[in-house]
Design a binder for this molecule. Sequence first.
Ligand SMILES: Nc1ncnc2c1ncn2[C@@H]1O[C@H](COP(=O)(O)OP(=O)(O)OP(=O)(O)O)[C@@H](O)[C@H]1O
Ligand SMILES: [Mg+2]
Length: 233
Amino acid sequence: MLIAKNISSYYGNIQALDNISIEVNKGEIVSIIGSNGAGKSTLLMTLCGIVPAKTGSIIFNDTEISTLPTHEIIRMGVSQSPEGRRIFPKLTVYENLLIGDPLKREKDINLEFIFEIFPRLKERINQRGGTLSGGEQQMLSIGRALVSQPSLLLLDEPSLGLAPIIVKQIFETIKRINKENDTTILLVEQNAFGALKLSDRGYVLVNGKVTISGESKQLLENPEIKKAYLEGV
Ligand SMILES: Nc1ncnc2c1ncn2[C@@H]1O[C@H](COP(=O)(O)OP(=O)(O)OP(=O)(O)O)[C@@H](O)[C@H]1O
Ligand SMILES: [Mg+2]
């Protein structure tokens, strides 16, 4: 579904991604793990055209997307829930969800599945985003990304700053989105253990480079990964 090859991205003169290649197959959950500043968010932003790829190619369903603007990439079926959730605190839950619709269809948007997996959002539909708890804001951020009915959903640190019980719920919901809504998922996490438990395959990013990749089960057993990312878990 997605083949990114030899991607390099920069912020001015600072190189954030160094020749990265990753692949995501239809139906998979793939995780990207790595510590602070490794380039995880930059990778997701490059895939959806927010940060330009200076080198390499990004093929999504046989189409080169690395030169397309973000709204075109969203229309093709790629959508992102960004790091830090980025919900609009003064807008209601419903208004926040509408922002996820690139076609601005408003009346035609289908929120049924989103409300099925996040009944809390339905209960709070007229409440302002800023009054939601951290976990609810995360649900809203994922819900908003689902409004455009992506076939590939990019999730940037959905567990960040949430209590363990809420993290568990969010991870279970990610699995449901993958299974019940037929959505392929690329998941960025600092919670390496949780992400690898959830995913089929994973990539480790260090200083903008992929250092290790493979099946998540194997990565969980990898001594180098255990030492760097899983100790104390
Ligand atoms: N807007 C920016 N301007 C300049 N440099 C940036 C910018 N955003 C990120 N960087 C740099 O790019 C590199 C990769 O950052 P990125 O945010 O992609 O890492 P990350 O793996 O998502 O980190 P975190 O776990 O903290 O979210 C870092 O060296 C970071 O300092
Ligand atoms: Mg990040």
